[in-house]
Design a protein around this ligand. Sequence first.
Ligand code: ADP
Ligand code: ADP
Length: 227
Amino acid sequence: MIQFQNVSKCYPDDIIAVQDINLTIEQGEYVFLSGPSGAGKSTLLKMIAAIERPDTGTLTVNGQEIGQLRPAGIPFLRRNLGLILQQQHLLEDRTILENVMLPLNVTGVEQTEAKFRARAALEKVGLSNRADSLPLALSEGEQQRVAVARAIVNRPQIILADEPTANLDKPNADKVIEAITFFQSAGVTCIIATHDESLFTKANRVIYLDHGKLSHIDQMDGKKHEN
Ligand code: ADP
Ligand code: ADP
């Protein structure tokens, strides 16, 4: 479902971010991206979301080639992606419920239905009781769980998370990962870039990047995967 074939990406001034990556990630897989800062993890995630495009090689996501995607195709791609970043970018003047409804408003879901689904998503991350609060009234860990709810409210096929627990203490980090793991067990493909090795036991595979290259893959589930 996600296939990198000889994918490379440079930033201006010839900074090589990702170099000759070959990788296939299957539907429903739980994959962690590891490696030192600057290894190319974020760039890999950004290319899957068509925030960045490969310079060379082919990246296919849900049958669509990212390099060939026209502007009109981007909303369709993103509808199937839930993006969770280190900073949550919640709108401070909207309630938690309204924040979680945003992706549904964008895709034109009717308001009553949108509220219903946003409440269901908040329930899944254990924050039903905070629906009417404003983001700043919540702890960082709770805000990050709101970001998880917002990422999954559209029922995406893929969740991409970039250091989702970086600013959190252990109990909050665990809750965020628990929420993501719940959706993975419901069949959603999850790809998480993290430094936190304690999470790797949950993975099907851990993919290590170094200086933009795929250095090795740890198979955590005993299954055989095509590279
Ligand atoms: P990681 O997520 O593993 O820390 P990144 O994908 O963010 O790695 O970065 C890979 C390389 O690309 C690094 O050398 C980084 O400095 C560089 N880089 C990332 N984003 C940009 C950008 N927008 N412009 C220029 N260089 C960038
Ligand atoms: P509903 O009662 O609206 O059918 P569910 O109880 O099935 O909702 O799920 C609650 C929330 O969790 C939904 O808003 C949905 O966004 C999300 N969700 C449930 N299952 C999945 C899935 N397989 N993939 C992505 N998101 C899901």
